[in-house]
Design a protein around this ligand. Sequence first.
Ligand SMILES: [Ca+2]
Ligand SMILES: [Ca+2]
Ligand SMILES: [Ca+2]
Length: 214
Amino acid sequence: MVISEIMYKPASSTNTNSLEFVEIYNSNPFYEDISGWRLSGGRLAVCAVIPPEGPLGVKVPVVITGVGFTLDQDTRVLAGGVPATDVHVITGEKISCLFEARQAEAVVPVTVENRYGSSTLEGAFRFTVPPIFLRGDSNRDQVLDLSDAVFTLDYLFQSGELRCADSQDSNDDGGIDISDPIYSLSALFTGGPPPPPPFPVPGPDPTGDSLGCE
Ligand SMILES: [Ca+2]
Ligand SMILES: [Ca+2]
Ligand SMILES: [Ca+2]
């Protein structure tokens, strides 16, 4: 016996043929009794939220891992009861989304809902007071100068130390690479644009990302 086709939730149509159906093919030269057979839904479970914490006051991009994830239009994600936005089901085991900005520290459960039901992971995500830093100030002496670009180059190419990933992300694109010291050098010496906030005054990162700052 082979299930050769499944039409699940066909697009609505005036055509009377737009029905849900399962096509079963029996290549055996005898009848098969399928009474009592059952197609069951998948199992839905939330396993983890990555990263497990993020700052207050900004939308936080996260990836949720688990099993039984289905389709974007079928999926709702809640962080502490608040619907997440930008929900994309990447695979059956991975969802990306944005948690809405929060104003108070909290540890919240994260829930995924879809056609299989609902699964909640308690204590899945922590909203914390965001770290304060000065963008571009890689060595954390509260000033942006040549030594910061050198510090980041050292980190990238000489196994140098990482003090605050957020501050080393000079161009605020959510990653640390060669473009960051180049951005700082350009701002310092060739009239390039200054680093995005927080600069020139220390503050929290206004754009959520997976970088952190101890
Ligand atoms: Ca510095
Ligand atoms: Ca960067
Ligand atoms: Ca950022």
